[in-house]
Write a protein that binds this ligand. Structure first.
Ligand SMILES: *[C@@H]1O[C@H](CO)[C@@H](O)[C@H](O)[C@H]1NC(C)=O
Ligand SMILES: *[C@@H]1O[C@H](CO)[C@@H](O)[C@H](O)[C@H]1NC(C)=O
Length: 366
């Protein structure tokens, strides 16, 4: 717009302002990184959120609306959902992409990405910001294994398999172009917990570099993140600090087209103690401070004593500079079909655990 045009609009609005106030709709920039903090809807502070792998697979729109309304009224801002659901050769239920030896078909039908459309619309309605990922390292909902079954190779070879990568990028393009104008996107995420066991850390680094550049070429206006567990970080010789699963957290943070770091924490499955948590948070937060990017404590959970165990984790997460948001695993709700999946880590709306780990946490953030 030319300056003279702007001036005439300003002059016109000065006249209009003599009349009763016209309702103004606030329009905010997309969520962004501001140094080592996140900015959402113009507010730069610490944020809390949660994970729901299942919300995009629900078939009842009212259940999606109810869940999102609960997330918003709890004061959570970031909600991480599965943006993939890969099958081999069709399927009866909800799926997003079907793979066969002749190639992939993206399901944009009523039992396909139209389910995700409802999630994105609900997030817009309730001003919740979504992290949407593109593939699973694990075999749940197909994952990289669905690609391997159709195109050959191995899971560790998936990151460099030309056919798998061209199908993966075509899927990214379909999802990003479908939702990139939405106000509900917090960030795009390359994968859920990508690992390459026994590989050089260059494999995931190079793949993350190329893939994040590709996402930015489609949508330069949203953040991009890796979705890894944060393994490979200085601080200890214990298992998750090492690079045996193929990720180097500090090295990956150097990728210019990745806007923030992610890390997860399941001490029970990783041979660690619950009391090792503050050190795990600090190891990542220090790396994020050094890189000048925010850290997101993206998944954490235990299968018992949720409140007593995780309350100090959240206190450490809030008070460690460089760590800028946390998302507990996982959101639990009561839907038309009954209670959502109880994997032992689930925190259900209305429970005493919810009071402790959601209501009190959000209050402490202020
Ligand atoms: C970045 O954060 C600083 C301090 O927290 C704040 O003053 C500034 O307005 C923020 N910038 C944006 C673009 O939100
Ligand atoms: C997104 O917005 C751009 C410009 O703001 C527009 O050109 C494009 O058509 C929009 N895409 C969709 C899918 O709405």
């Amino acid at each position: 717009m030319k300056w003279s045009t702007i001036n005439s609009i300003l002059a016109a609005s000065a006249v209009v302002s003599a009349f009763p106030a016209i309702e103004k709709k606030a329009v905010f920039a997309n969520p962004s990184a501001n140094g080592t903090k996140f900015t959402i809807d113009g507010v730069t502070k610490y944020f809390a959120g949660s994970n729901s792998y299942w919300i995009g697979f629900l078939t009842n729109n009212a259940d999606i609306d109810l869940t999102m309304s609960h997330v918003a009224s709890a004061g959570l801002k970031i909600f991480r959902v599965w943006g993939f659901n890969d099958v081999n050769g069709g399927g009866n239920g909800v799926y997003y992409q079907s793979h066969s030896s002749s190639g992939a078909t993206i399901n944009t039908g009523a039992n396909g990405l139209q389910r995700m459309d409802v999630v994105v619309a609900a997030a817009e309605k309730y001003k919740v910001k979504l992290i949407i990922n593109f593939v699973n390292f694990w075999d749940d909902y197909g994952g990289m294994n669905a690609y391997v079954k159709a195109y050959g190779g191995t899971k560790t070879g998936w990151y460099t398999n030309a056919k798998a990568q061209s199908v993966y990028q075509a899927y990214i393009k379909a999802v990003v172009n479908r939702y990139k104008n939405s106000s509900a996107i917090f960030a795009w995420e390359l994968a859920n917990e990508p690992r390459c066991p026994g590989c050089s850390t260059d494999v995931i680094y190079n793949w993350a570099d190329a893939s994040s550049k590709y996402v930015k070429s489609l949508d330069p206006n949203h953040m991009v993140t890796l979705g890894d567990e944060g393994m490979g970080v200085p601080g200890s010789s214990a298992y998750p600090y090492g690079t045996s699963e193929g990720t180097d957290f500090v090295k990956n943070l150097k990728i210019k087209t990745l806007d923030f770091g992610t890390y997860h924490w399941y001490p029970g499955s990783w041979g660690m103690a619950n009391t090792d948590t503050a050190a795990w948070i600090k190891a990542h937060a220090d790396a994020c401070l050094a890189a000048g990017k925010p850290c997101l404590f993206e998944e954490y959970g235990v299968s018992s004593n949720h409140c007593a165990t995780e309350k100090p984790w959240q206190a450490a997460a809030r008070s460690t500079p460089g760590n800028s948001a946390d998302l507990f695993w996982q959101w639990g709700d009561q839907l038309s079909t009954g209670q959502t999946h109880n994997d032992g880590n689930t925190i259900y709306v209305g429970s005493s655990d919810f009071q402790c780990l959601v209501t009190d946490h959000v209050k402490a953030i202020g």
